[in-house]
Ligand binder design. Sequence first.
Ligand code: ZN
Ligand code: ZN
Length: 153
Amino acid sequence: MVALECSPVRPAIMTIGQVKIDRLITGGCSCEAVSYSLVGPLNDARSCHCSMCRRIFAAQASVCAEVDAEKFSWVKGEDQLTSHVGEQDYGVQFCRHCGSTLCIIYKGAIHSLTLGCVDGDPEMAIARHIFVGSKASWEVMPEAVTQFDEYPE
Ligand SMILES: [Zn+2]
Ligand SMILES: [Zn+2]
């Protein structure tokens, strides 16, 4: 039997079982015209080294993490976004003023956020590098990262 007592010192936060409180993640573009918030985790951070990402993100690779669309919202500047939709209904959205690429969309809905536009520490690291088989000749991959020549099974 467990005795039920009123404790004079109650804990500030009570957790029952494994209830996990989702944290708030915010981000935005470099000119601050556009910002967003997300309640909940970012998932499956990946860096893609394919030739398309190289051009779209104007860098050696893209770095994105998936989000739950229902937990994502634009705080300001959604009407300042320009969309470019490419193959298979995937596209990107970027600030029309400064050009920061904020997210990947799929069939018009938010799919992933670019980690470079997340405020502060997203508390995650890139889990895998994909399409490393088609990386730029000038890119030197760091050692000891999880990498795949194409898309992993
Ligand atoms: Zn901007
Ligand atoms: Zn890619």
